[in-house]
Design a protein around this ligand. Sequence first.
Ligand code: MG
Length: 393
Amino acid sequence: MQTRSASVVVATLLAGVGLAQAASGIPRFYGDAPDDHHPWAVHDPNRPQPPVVTPGTFSSADHPGRPPSDAQVLFDGTDLSQWESTKGGPARWLVQDGILQVTATGDIRTRAQFGDCQLHVEWAAPQVVKGDSQGRGNSGIFLMGRCEIQVLDSYHNLTYADGHAAALYGVNPPLVNALRPPGEFQIYDIVFRRPLYDGDRVVDPGHVTVFVNGVLVQDHTTLEGPTGHMVRARPQPFPAKGPLELQDHGNPVRYRNIWIRELPPRAVEGGTDGPLSTAATLAKRRQIAAGLRADAQQLADPAHPLPELLRLMESLEYEADPPTLQRVETLATAYVGSLQNVPTDQLPARRDEVRQVRDAFRFLTRFHLLPTTFGPKVTLDQFIRDHGLDRRR
Ligand code: MG
């Protein structure tokens, strides 16, 4: 059996290659094997577990909710320590009674910079309606300081559609108008993915998804570059990160409960490992296989060859490494040979174990990772038939 210290070593090795420590009870040699575009098997027990996040609570017009545990809170009602004026110097908007209000002091931005993110913002237009069209309850949320998601009192207020509340300004109107009356807090939930370039080639133009008060209004809308007034947005590379900006458009719009979660790489960047290019898939598979071989080495025990054998067989799913194939044949031959010495009356107790090895052989031959003529498999199949270990109990 594995000692406590060995299991710590194994966990460390696996963490180093991004592998989850084997969780007991999760089947191996089970779903379809890795292929040229998927480095992980279907239902792969080695695939890393998602990080745990404690969810917050939902907001209503009356009450701000609680952010999830991994959110970075940008305004919690107390101060503007995380913000500055875009002209330099401290942000001079008014903080009062847990609310941030636009004053005629110019735009503000976060001191920290962000790229891809999930952003939560709550805002309210003045209850006393003044002005019309773009002059009524206008502010704005500039993602990376470049793309404006419009903030505007669009409740019974006509304006150009691509300047409506929750428009990607000048590019795409919201799908519907889901605004509450002025004075009530509106809730924006935004998912932003910046443009990705490889030199001059567009890998992903970038997208934004927006919910207003829980209603989808921007559905993975393609970015067309930085937004502006009266100008056509033009696609262009973005830096990795930029500040989040809030606009002073001369109207006393109020904000509360602003938080952000930085997002991990998307699929095209290898996020959660698939589907990938053939080259990236093979590189990832080699990395996983190396981790499993290191793990197998920790499990090596001449008196109990099975744990090492099974782990090495797992590694063959990811990479047909010739020395490993040889080691698997040696260990498998020794294991199957050792069964011949087990007294017949003790075989039923070994039934599940033997069938586990049989199933692993079957899996690897089914996916052409071992030849169907693999000696230990042929011998084991015959042994199982001879001793009735394949019959239901
Ligand atoms: Mg605006």
